[in-house]
Design a binder for this molecule. Structure first.
Ligand code: CA
Length: 708
């Protein structure tokens, strides 16, 4: 059996005792091809480390093979050890060029791949069912390059890399287009993927982050229901259909989204993922958090997954159509892990580099799905940042939602924010700032607790979610909206943007825009299903009130409101807690249910309009909150506060209790009522005189003082 030595640092090679069971007294390091000797400064037998350590005078030059000859006819193949995870390696091999991937022109295409630990790299083109192989040139900083003349648009390609004595295949980590199921990269003339009238519609206006109202949607869920009235079911195209009708002639599809009044539609992952076979797209279902290619688009939502360019065009058509209709688009992006580590193109290109490891040498798994991408390494960070800038630029989208953002590092997220600002500072960056058990220093994690280091980046506010409806990990626990008045104090904080130093308990953020307020998303039980478990004895009517109160509080609180598609008509997944690979029947947007609950939809539509109409609901900074919001003294079960803005003095009151209760208003006068009980409107519902108001059970009231 061949024995191995490992490069652990640029000037350190180790040989584990396990590779040799007798004492060695000489070592000679040689370049394998030329036989040239490389100088060893000294070596030691480190008993406590169970290894020999060979220190070199110069950093080892990468891109060529080495062997070590020991005495007693021992010979060791020199392989890549921990060196790829050292700072020195990053310093020596960081490549800052903007030309990684396949750079297409009509007359030639230049291929460049970063692979410092490979000792040979080949480009394999697949043209007309013929495979052609080209030996790539070794360039500085571990880049391999080859330029081919001719028109290569649409040509599939792969890389073959020789690393540690084995050939590995990899799809280009910078592939912009891929063949069906992402098996190969494809050279693409991106200009040809532009739909007609591309970029004709301007990005809809957004003055400030807190003007956003986000609606989270899965491409397939949106149209797959028999009753959707949409033709291209489960496809990107299904998002663009207008004039569609559902049960009893009710509006569905894109028209419905426009009518609802949300500002942003956030699509669950559309980066190419691995769990759905694109040759049989309806055989399996998945949310798509199992990314394979960072820059290529998922094929199962395309009407022609076998046509590499089609899916790009079809996603662009979604963005263009949405912009035309006044909607912005956010992409949910997954960089925290890859689908399958061992076969991932990142691992095959530079083994051991792109992922985090525990002290014992095992793969880190803070994400809980088998691997953690090491965003803090320079070329991993560059790949993530480059991918975002590519997606933002090429697809003209309006923001990103970072899955498990807490697994990424602060520097990466800030670089993303900075680069997006150059495109358009109104692009949204939101993410899950959860603190995961990944081996990265606490202060470097892009987590909620570090929001002071993350300007212009917003976080899903789990405190908001759990205090309003009960903890998601305890199925029976209740929140303010469904029977737990003890959470009242927290609610005072939550309605005010969860900012620091405003209310005595629990402040989190520097500014309200950093808080993405939500009570339901694709994860965990839908709010309706949570109520089934947490409030099993309540009637349907009472549960509907609780549900409505929670959504209303989400829409009216300071911060960025976020609702899950169908939340406005009591979306249910029939009690399924994690539906990531459940049937369409569980995940689909049920348009019949929407038709049945139009009263709730209409109410929330008005609440959305009220948020948009009055700027007091959308304070951008904590200074504005501190200056203009005043919490009122109220009976148990009721949270009420006064807000002052250019439109006047408002009182917002949320009653989580089961009886109507009176509150004292901050002053005597005529109060216009915009929201009360099950009614909401941008025109006053009525006017009440005096200094008292009755807040109906399990509901919200919004009042505006007209004159004293
Ligand atoms: Ca796929």
């Amino acid at each position: 059996m061949e024995k191995s030595a490992y490069i652990d640092e640029l000037t350190l090679i180790t040989i584990p005792f396990s590779e040799v069971d007798e004492d060695l007294s000489t070592f000679t390091l040689l370049k394998k091809k030329t036989g040239e000797v490389v100088q060893i400064k000294n070596w030691e037998k480190k008993h406590e480390m169970w290894r020999y350590e060979l220190n070199l005078t110069q950093p080892l030059e990468f891109g060529i093979e080495y062997i070590i000859k020991g005495n007693e006819h021992h010979s060791f193949q020199v392989k890549m050890g921990k060196v790829v995870r050292t700072l020195d390696f990053d310093e020596h091999y960081f490549y800052n060029g903007s030309d990684l991937g396949a750079t297409y022109t009509k007359s030639s295409t230049m291929f460049k791949v970063w692979a410092p630990t490979a000792t040979a790299v080949e480009l394999v083109l697949h043209q007309d069912q013929v495979e052609r192989t080209y030996i790539m040139n070794h360039c500085p900083r571990g880049v391999w390059s080859y330029t081919l003349n001719g028109e290569l648009d649409g040509t599939p390609y792969l890389y073959q890399l020789f690393i540690d004595g084995d050939w590995r295949n990899a799809v280009d980590p910078y592939a912009k287009a891929v063949t069906i199921n992402g098996e190969m990269g494809v050279v693409v003339n991106l200009f040809k993927t532009n739909p007609c009238q591309w970029r004709m519609a301007k990005r809809p206006e957004l003055k400030q982050f807190t003007d956003a109202i986000i609606y989270e949607l899965h491409v397939r869920d949106f149209s797959i229901d028999y009753h959707s009235g949409i033709t291209a079911k489960g496809k990107y195209k299904g998002l663009t259909e207008t004039g569609t009708k559902g049960p009893w002639g009710t509006v569905t599809g894109l028209d419905y989204l426009v009518d609802l009044g949300v500002t942003h539609v956030q699509l669950l992952p559309v980066q190419d993922y691995g769990s759905v076979d694109e040759t049989k797209p309806f055989e399996k279902y998945n949310w798509g958090y199992d990314t394979v290619h960072f820059q290529a688009v998922e094929g199962s939502y395309s009407t022609q997954p076998e046509q590499p360019l089609k899916r790009i065009t079809e996603l662009k058509e979604v963005v263009e159509t949405f912009h035309k209709q006044g909607l912005r688009v956010i992409l949910d992006v997954v960089f925290n892990h890859v689908y399958i580590h061992a076969s991932s193109h990142l691992e095959n290109t530079v083994p051991g580099y792109y992922f985090r490891y525990n002290m014992d040498g095992t793969l880190a798994d803070g994400t809980g799905v088998g691997n953690d991408v090491a965003s803090e390494r320079k070329m991993a960070r560059k790949l993530i940042v480059d991918s975002i800038i590519y997606l933002a630029g090429e697809f003209n989208v309006d923001g990103f939602r970072f899955d498990l953002m807490g697994n990424l590092d602060v520097e990466t997220m800030n670089e993303i924010r900075l680069k997006l600002d150059e495109i358009d500072p109104t692009l949204l960056v939101i993410g899950e700032g959860w603190d995961l058990a990944t081996p990265l220093a606490s202060e470097k994690k892009a987590i909620i607790a570090n929001n002071h280091q993350l300007q212009g980046i917003s976080h899903f506010n789990d405190l908001f979610r759990d205090k309003l409806k009960g903890n998601i990990f305890d199925i029976t626990s209740q929140g303010f909206c469904n029977g737990n008045s003890e959470e009242k104090d927290y609610c005072k904080l939550l309605v005010s943007g969860s900012i620091k130093d405003f209310y005595p308990i629990g402040g989190v953020f520097q500014d309200p825009y950093q808080s993405v307020n939500y009570v339901e998303c694709h994860d965990n039980h839908t709010l309706w299903d949570k109520l089934l478990y947490a409030n099993p004895t309540e009637s349907e009517t009472e549960k509907a009130l609780m549900h409505r109160l929670a959504t209303t509080m989400t829409l009216l609180s300071q911060g960025i409101p976020f609702i899950h598609a169908g939340q406005e008509f009591f979306r249910t997944k029939n009690g399924v807690e994690n539906s990531y690979c459940s049937l369409d029947d569980v995940n689909k947007l049920d348009w019949k249910r929407k038709a049945l609950h139009m009263d709730n939809v209409d109410y929330l539509k008005s609440v959305i309009q009220i948020r948009k109409k009055f700027e007091v609901f959308r304070f951008l900074t904590s200074d504005l909150v501190r200056k203009n919001i005043h919490i009122l003294d109220t009976p148990t079960d009721i949270v009420a506060y006064m807000m002052k803005g250019i439109e006047g003095t408002f009182v917002i009151a949320h009653n989580g209790g089961k009886v109507d209760k009176e509150i004292v208003l901050p002053s005597k006068g005529s109060w216009k009522v915009y929201v009360e009980s099950d009614q909401a409107s941008t025109n006053p519902l009525k006017i009440i005189e005096g200094s008292k108001a009755v807040i109906k059970k399990i509901s919200t009231s919004v009042l505006l003082l007209t004159k004293k």
